[in-house]
Design a binder for this molecule. Structure first.
Ligand SMILES: Cc1cc2nc3c(=O)[nH]c(=O)nc-3n(C[C@H](O)[C@H](O)[C@H](O)COP(=O)(O)OP(=O)(O)OC[C@H]3O[C@@H](n4cnc5c(N)ncnc54)[C@H](O)[C@@H]3O)c2cc1C
Length: 384
């Protein structure tokens, strides 16, 4: 396996890194813990489009750049290093972009155009109050009524939900646990409502509850018929777990950079604290874990780009990288001593922002259970 970057990839990543430091970091600092207004969120997404961030994965047939997932992963790492919040919004545009081929023919060009110009933001609604790790418990209903479906129910934890102009909604069309689930495009104009959720971190991007109170949606908005939705989502979203892994590692990289600088500048007992063995070893461990997480994530993305989809690779990099990212940021906080927990230094924010990645895109326990199932052939999820 060779993960060295091509000249073109290196140039793209370097140029984007400079853009992120110069243009995005000031916005991230200004809006720390405050929701970035929708208009500004749209502008940021549109400014990142030329780099391939967000909609860069949209297929060339639909007017996109058709970027490979490895390159997208590198870009999301750089973005999360500066702002995990803005990176989450870009991730959701990426996921929406991956699902555009399933938008019905008569709507596809309009939605593709809107996503590719960042005139609209979408979101993907799977989780509900009663359906988290167990996606098959989805209760949000789509009932037939003439030429429409009537949608009723609630989605929870929906990234970009409050910003969204439309949602790709996983809904229940009949009572078959898996066979009853289909995917439908619901536009904000159809009447769904959103309520922001306050979180420990990532509060400058939207995470929302999305409410459907008997809203009418034309049957022609059906994207994936009942029975095929789960498979479609798993295949289309195969790259998002390794990319989430790299986003958490992007935060860890920023924390390691801060801790390295601090350990050289801060003097105690007559020398820089980096000269004390325990601090030096801590930095060594942080850098090693970061590298191991990156390699696992690169391996998973490389396999996807070569046409193999390994759920085990994706699960391994997701749990490992997000776990070690939290450990690295915690170590960076320790190296900062008292300063680590103050808002004068960026570490306390990183500590809060990195933690949700252990839950999103499937909790780390669920990732480990998938690996265990692949090893033994025995399902330990506990379902019937
Ligand atoms: C920041 C953020 C953004 C998100 N964005 C989106 C989004 O855009 N769209 C969307 O649809 N969802 C989104 N989610 C939801 C996310 O996918 C769920 O939170 C996740 O799947 C876990 O579901 P839950 O929170 O209901 O936890 P639960 O499933 O209730 O799990 C609670 C605990 O029990 C453990 N657990 C559950 N089942 C088992 C089992 N069988 N064996 C062992 N342990 C188990 C879990 O690992 C966890 O520790 C987001 C979540 C977060 C935090």
């Amino acid at each position: 396996m060779d993960f060295s970057l091509t000249e073109e990839q290196q140039l793209l990543v370097d140029t984007f890194r400079r853009f992120a430091d110069k243009e995005l970091k000031p916005v991230a600092d200004e809006y720390r813990d405050r929701l970035i207004p929708r208009e500004l969120a749209l502008r940021l997404q549109s400014e990142m489009l030329p780099f391939g961030v967000g909609a860069g994965v949209v297929a060339e047939e639909l007017g996109g750049l058709g970027l490979d997932t490895f390159t997208v992963g590198l870009l999301q790492f750089e973005l999360a290093r500066v702002s995990p919040d803005i990176a989450v919004t870009a991730l959701i545009q990426m996921i929406v972009g991956k699902l555009l081929p399933y938008v019905p023919d008569h709507l596809r060009d309009d939605y593709a155009k809107a996503v590719l110009s960042a005139e609209k933001l979408g979101c993907v609604g799977m989780s509900e109050p009663g359906a988290g790790s167990q996606v098959t418990a989805v209760a949000c209903r789509a009932r037939e009524s003439g030429d429409d479906f009537i949608i009723s129910g609630e989605k929870l934890w929906i990234s970009s939900g409050g910003y969204s102009d439309f949602i790709f909604l996983l809904a229940r069309f009949n009572d078959d646990p898996v066979g009853g689930l289909g995917l439908i495009l619901v536009d904000r104009e159809h009447g769904y409502k959103t309520v922001e959720i306050g979180k420990m971190g990532l509060n400058s991007q939207s995470t929302a509850q999305v409410i459907f109170e008997d809203i009418r949606v034309p049957k022609t908005n059906l994207m994936v018929a009942p029975g095929e939705a789960m498979k479609t989502l798993f295949v289309s979203l195969a790259g998002s777990r390794p990319i989430v892994a790299l986003m958490a590692l992007g935060v860890a990289q920023a924390a390691l950079d801060e801790a390295t600088k601090y350990s050289v500048d801060r003097h105690q007992f007559g020398k820089p604290i980096a000269g004390h063995q325990l601090i030096s070893a801590m930095l060594g461990e942080m850098a090693t874990k970061l590298e191991a997480g990156k390699l696992l994530s690169f391996k998973a993305l490389d396999a996807i780009d070569r046409g193999y989809r390994s759920d085990v690779d994706a699960a391994m990099c997701k749990w490992y990288s997000t776990d070690v990212a939290c450990e690295i940021v915690a170590s960076a906080m320790q190296i900062h001593g008292g300063n680590g927990i103050t808002q004068e230094f960026p570490i306390e924010y990183m500590y809060r922002a990195v933690r949700p990645f252990m839950v999103t895109e499937g909790t780390n326990e669920i990732q480990k259970l998938s690996i265990g199932r692949a090893l033994t052939g025995i399902d330990a999820f506990g379902g019937s």
